[in-house]
Design a protein around this ligand. Structure first.
Ligand code: ADP
Length: 458
């Protein structure tokens, strides 16, 4: 018997045919078939033969380095993931190299993020070739960072790009990390600015924005604001300052402020003929009864004006319950909207991600059982959805009315047609990129390039 080579629990694999010179694989003898994380998986028929086009991000923790791959489909299988969900996956067959040995393996294309590693090497591929020593790593050879980086150098643009600042609070949030990597992958210089570390000098001659330690922030071409609600006042003041320095702000200070005022934006929508659920607002508790009648009676929805992520949204089943909730909020001096309840939506709503006047991705968010709020932060789920032309137009019009270059537009499907729920000026990327597999961060950076008439150099 030929002597079997020993490999560790992590090894580098390469796929010449797929133009993937190195990808880190977890050796998983618990799985039968090997799998690779892929996105934008599309079945195509070429000369009567079924192929699959897909994208692989071979660099761990970086989604902007993308290899475009194509292979014949050899099978379609239902695969149970480690989390217990069953996924229908395409299977391809391709030569793989590990530690100098090349052989054909079957590989299922896993929708990305269903697994921690970009690749899992199952026992089928190891049969009679390797033994695994799980206490070791990279027994078949290792790369240092610069060598690995060199493999994908051609997929990074040369740095001659724009100077972009990301104005936010937490650089480790998914959306912020994605924007940074997308800007870098397109050859731009991007710096993270913590809103709280910025300060301003105001005068007619030399207005400035300074950063902790006294650094003057100069020559910033564009600012991407990702201002959390509690930072709106200061963050928007900083944006105005950048604007007065001639820096382009992706979403202006006034657009953000207006979109965050639910009452004001609802008024703008109704003024501009945008369909919204019937909404009421009153200052005095004496008007509560008529307020309830006015929006069609119970069941209805009561929303705190300051609510985000559905936290300040409650439903009231009866007029009596509605009355007590409304009056309780009022006694606490809270500003609330009262709104007709769109029962037929069954806890679903649609999030359209609008960048530069186009819907670049949309998902349907589904509430957990027994809930009416489709909140993915609280156990709801999300999946891709094909929106209608009317919904698309509604999303685009709403972001235009609020003057937002980037917007998350929430729409609810009612018997009267699509209704606008709200528009978010700092929409998160995680849920929608994961559900759709789209590179939205890249679309955002491209919108800045377009606005600044920046042409990518070859
Ligand atoms: P927030 O700004 O706090 O996220 P939303 O207005 O977006 O609040 O509401 C949160 C969720 O509650 C929505 O995603 C939707 O699923 C549900 N919802 C909101 N308004 C209504 C309504 N009028 N009828 C039915 N469901 C609603």
């Amino acid at each position: 018997m030929e002597k079997q080579k020993i490999i560790g629990s992590e090894e580098w694999c390469s796929f010449e045919k797929l133009q993937i010179p190195a990808i880190k694989a977890r050796i998983d003898s618990g799985a039968k078939t090997s799998s690779i994380q892929a996105s934008n998986i599309k079945r195509v028929v070429r000369q009567g033969v079924a192929w699959v086009d897909f994208e692989v991000n071979p660099v761990q923790d970086n989604r902007s380095v993308t290899v475009h791959c194509s292979a014949k489909i050899v099978d379609t299988r239902n695969i149970k993931s480690s989390s217990g969900n069953t996924q229908k996956r395409y299977v391809i067959r391709t030569p793989m190299n590990i530690g100098g040995q090349t052989f054909e393996i079957e590989l299922t294309l896993a929708n990305r993020d269903s697994m921690e590693y970009r690749m899992l090497l199952g026992r089928e591929a190891m049969d009679n070739r390797f033994l695994v020593d799980p206490s070791k790593n990279f027994l078949a050879g290792d790369y240092d960072d610069p060598t690995f980086h060199d493999f994908y150098k051609h997929l990074y643009q040369e740095k001659s790009g724009l100077r972009i600042a990301l104005l936010a609070t937490n650089p480790n949030l998914y959306s912020n990390k994605r924007l940074i990597e997308a800007a870098e992958a397109r050859g731009h210089e991007i710096q993270f600015l913590n809103i709280q570390y910025c300060y301003m000098r105001l005068d007619a001659q030399t207005p400035e924005v300074r950063y902790r330690g006294g650094k003057i922030l100069q020559n910033v071409d564009a600012v991407i604001p990702r201002i959390r609600p509690s930072m709106t006042f200061y963050g928007c003041a900083l944006l105005r300052q950048f604007d007065s320095l001639g820096t382009y702000c992706l979403n202006s200070s006034s657009a953000i402020t207006e979109s965050r005022d639910k009452l004001f934006s609802s008024q703008l929508f109704s003024k501009n003929g945008i369909q919204i659920p019937v909404t009421g607002f009153a200052k005095s508790p004496l008007e509560t009864k008529d307020l309830i009648d006015m929006v069609g009676g119970s069941p209805l929805i009561i929303k705190l004006l300051e609510s985000t992520q559905g936290k300040g949204v409650v439903s009231a089943e009866t007029n009596k319950a509605a009355e007590s909730v409304i009056n309780a909020f009022k006694s606490l001096q809270a500003n609330i909207l009262v709104q007709e309840f769109i029962k037929e939506a069954e806890g679903k709503d649609i999030r359209c991600f609008v960048v530069d006047g186009k819907v670049v991705a949309s998902i349907m968010r589904v509430a957990p059982k027994g809930e009416f709020r489709s909140n993915i932060h609280q156990g709801g789920t999300a999946h891709t959805v094909k929106i209608t032309g009317e919904e698309r137009r509604l999303a685009i019009k709403a972001s235009k009315i609020l003057n937002l270059d980037v917007a998350g537009v929430d729409i609810i499907r009612s018997n009267k047609g699509p209704l606008l729920l709200e528009v978010n000026s700092s929409p998160g990327l995680e849920g929608i990129e994961n559900a759709t597999g789209k590179d939205i961060a890249n679309a955002i950076i491209m919108a800045i390039e377009k606005k600044l008439k920046y042409v990518l150099k070859d």
